[in-house]
Design a protein around this ligand. Sequence first.
Ligand SMILES: Cc1cc2nc3c(=O)[nH]c(=O)nc-3n(C[C@H](O)[C@H](O)[C@H](O)COP(=O)(O)OP(=O)(O)OC[C@H]3O[C@@H](n4cnc5c(N)ncnc54)[C@H](O)[C@@H]3O)c2cc1C
Length: 350
Amino acid sequence: MNEIKPQLHYSLLSHNTFGIQAHADCFIQYTSVEQLLQAIACYREHYAGRPLLHIGGGSNLLFMQDFPGVILHSAIEGVELLAQEEERVLVRVGAGMNWDSWVEYSLSQGWYGLENLSLIPGEVGASAVQNIGAYGAEAAQFIRKVECVDLSDGSLRTFDVEECDYGYRHSVFKTLHRGRYAVTHVQFALSLRFSPNLSYHGLTSALQESGKTEANLTAQDIRETVIAVRRQKLPDPQVQGNAGSFFMNPVVPVSLYNRLKESHATIPCYRVDDDNVKIPAAWLIEQCGWKGRSLGKAAVHARQPLVLVNAGGASGKDIMELCRCVQADVRERFGIALQPEVMILSNFCI
Ligand SMILES: Cc1cc2nc3c(=O)[nH]c(=O)nc-3n(C[C@H](O)[C@H](O)[C@H](O)COP(=O)(O)OP(=O)(O)OC[C@H]3O[C@@H](n4cnc5c(N)ncnc54)[C@H](O)[C@@H]3O)c2cc1C
């Protein structure tokens, strides 16, 4: 087994899509579970009591300052077919694999389901932490098991999907077990028969515009359409630093929504359950006049107000300053507290 190579005073610039310059005291990338156990031993011996953080591709992180501890990163790759039945396959994927490469590979094998989740940035391990979702699909629909190492003692634990408490951008790894486990592999159940998921209106209209009908639709058509729409709607982090949707769409009681509708007749909503609705945060932000506006080196994206961007050389503090101004205006005008979806790394209470 190769030895791990801890890197000291390590620049995180290429490990966060906001393009924020920050350094970690120590950065350890590992390629196997054995190397991860070595990394945990290294942390215990040299950095005990200091912060420990596992990152993926850094596409949902905002570093507010240098990281005074150890950052772990998985480079465990590989796709293993565990079982094949008449209609579906069970596949085990390394947490360090790029998410979209996995989606592309799965489709090339005739394994269907992930096409609606094409081009979401990040890695396979984070997909199980975040329960990534887009265009009417979410990772939890396909995840069967999440294989982990407990960072506190190096023990192995496998979570069945039922134990992961998945919800909208939510999992047990973000709440009860926040920061405790390193995801090493994720097991997915995918279908051998293509059945298009056309539950998201924006996707069906984009398919129609490109002349695709349900009768002749392929999974590759869905993938290509999702990629085209995403490229058109969202800023490319390589060009303009960002972490996708900065805020979550707030879920509010129907009573509050009805009150707001009296003064804002066009306020949109989606029903969550009998008592609650979800209001698009982008609409709230746009109503407050923030769409396309900048504050210092940070800006609200001109096409998608849910996305905050690094307008050039911004620090984490610049982005947070803008975040707070947007939150304050939305709270004052609508009485709604917007919550960041992005993980804010400050004070290291993680
Ligand atoms: C342009 C853009 C578009 C986006 N669009 C979407 C979208 O449509 N839908 C959506 O859901 N998200 C979207 N996102 C957000 C982001 O892609 C997801 O949250 C993604 O899952 C983050 O993956 P990552 O590997 O970059 O994780 P990171 O940002 O590095 O980490 C995210 C969280 O996962 C944890 N984590 C990461 N890897 C591991 C591991 N192996 N073990 C344990 N914990 C781990 C981290 O501690 C952190 O809590 C978008 C982001 C960008 C920049």
